[in-house]
Design a protein around this ligand. Structure first.
Ligand SMILES: [Zn+2]
Length: 391
């Protein structure tokens, strides 16, 4: 089982430590979105320096390019990307079910590569095999995403997600058994035990999170949480949340049902700082979101007084730091006028500096949420932050 220690609780919120084979994650924590085994515009050195503790890659994207076999050959995601810290993979379900011509059957999902049209089928088993080949510390179960407002559609997707979870758990345990049956000598020689297929090469254990679905329907969310909690998994992803509206009620329904001693990851949330506060306050331990770096590349930058567009003419002669209170490389060394100039002239460095700042902003905000939980000052910190940010 994945080891997770809770240091401090305050209502549903908790501060803890997830102990992964590639190091500890102090939670709550914001996990960097490294969809294609890279965080866009940032090197892994920059990610470490800005305070990131973990990254999340996407199985769908890595399956298409460069292929999961190549990542296995490279020694796994951590080796391949030179991120020698904790890693997650998303199952690819979210991306596959967002494709225009996906065909869903009980067995899995058939789809075409958005890159070259090659045909793929992903099943719960093949998603597990792909994630074990990528070799991240924490995997997500393959789930059927549903965006429908129709409750019957949502129930059908949820029930299929539960049947797929059973298959994911079975395949995950089979692959874990393969690792246990393979000796260090086998690993050293690149050999797998006789009963072991070619699939497994990594010596380090890998862990599985179930994904709780149910959309905006609280009774379905409760049902999905109960089902997921009854399974032999190491933690929980909470999926299918697209907007903060109703998120608090949903988490207040789901989190008390989930076992307290296992970590919870809020999938794809954290674009708006308020999401991070709502998530942590209601029992989520980790978050990921592509939005902070995506917005950075467009010149939309966080400050404690809200988000600004640095391309705006009023920053042309502004020789102050982007955010004086920030200790990131961008804010310590450059002015708003310089950033404005880089964006207006479409310099690559604009995207780099902006991404360093936005990623640091969300990572350090969640770090401060953690500190405030430990010191019993969460409500004060939340009120102070949100009243200024959303003034
Ligand atoms: Zn900064």
């Amino acid at each position: 089982m994945l080891k997770f220690d809770i240091e401090k609780k305050s209502g549903l919120a908790r501060a803890g430590v997830i102990h992964t084979p590639h190091g500890d994650i102090k939670t709550p924590a914001f996990v960097g979105a490294a969809t294609r085994a890279t965080v866009k515009a940032l090197t892994m050195k920059e990610m470490r320096e800005l305070g990131s503790q973990a990254i999340l890659a996407n199985t769908y994207h890595l399956l298409l390019a460069p292929g999961t076999d190549l990542i296995k050959e490279a020694g796994g995601l951590a080796e391949f990307s030179s991120w020698h810290g904790p890693t997650f993979t998303d199952s690819g379900g979210f991306q596959i079910f967002s494709l225009p011509d996906v065909k869903i059957t009980e067995n899995g999902a058939k789809f075409k590569s958005h890159i070259n049209g090659d045909k793929f089928e992903m099943t719960p088993e093949s998603s597990m095999q792909a994630q074990w080949a990528i070799g991240a510390d924490i995997h997500m179960a393959f789930d059927q995403l549903a965006k429908s407002e129709n409750k019957d559609d949502m129930r059908r997707a949820m029930e299929r997600t539960h049947r797929w979870l059973d298959r994911c758990v079975e395949e995950h345990l089979r692959l874990a058994e393969c690792v246990r049956n393979t000796t260090s000598e086998d690993h050293r020689l690149g050999r797998t035990a006789s009963s072991v297929s070619e699939e497994v090469v990594f010596e380090h254990p890998q862990y599985l999170y179930a994904v709780v679905q149910g959309g905006t329907f609280l009774d379905l969310r409760a049902e999905s949480a109960k089902y997921s909690a009854s399974k032999d998994v190491d933690g929980f992803g909470i999926g299918g949340v697209f907007v903060a509206d109703g998120m608090a009620e949903m988490l207040q329904t789901v989190c008390p049902i989930l076992p307290e001693d296992k970590p919870r990851h809020l999938l794809g949330m954290g674009q708006e700082p308020i999401d991070l506060f709502i998530g942590a306050e209601n029992g989520c331990d980790t978050f990921d979101c592509v939005a902070p770096t995506r917005m950075a590349r467009n010149g939309s930058l966080y400050t404690l007084d809200g988000r600004i567009n640095i391309k705006n003419a009023k920053y042309k002669n502004d020789f102050t730091p982007l955010m004086p209170e920030c200790d990131c490389e961008c804010c310590k060394n450059y002015t708003r006028a310089y950033l404005h100039h880089l964006f207006k002239t479409d310099e690559i460095t604009a995207k780099v500096l902006a991404s360093i700042h936005n990623e640091h902003f969300v990572v350090s905000t969640v770090d401060k949420i953690r500190e405030s939980i430990i010191h019993d000052t969460f409500d004060e910190y939340k009120n102070e932050f949100l009243s200024r940010y959303y003034k």
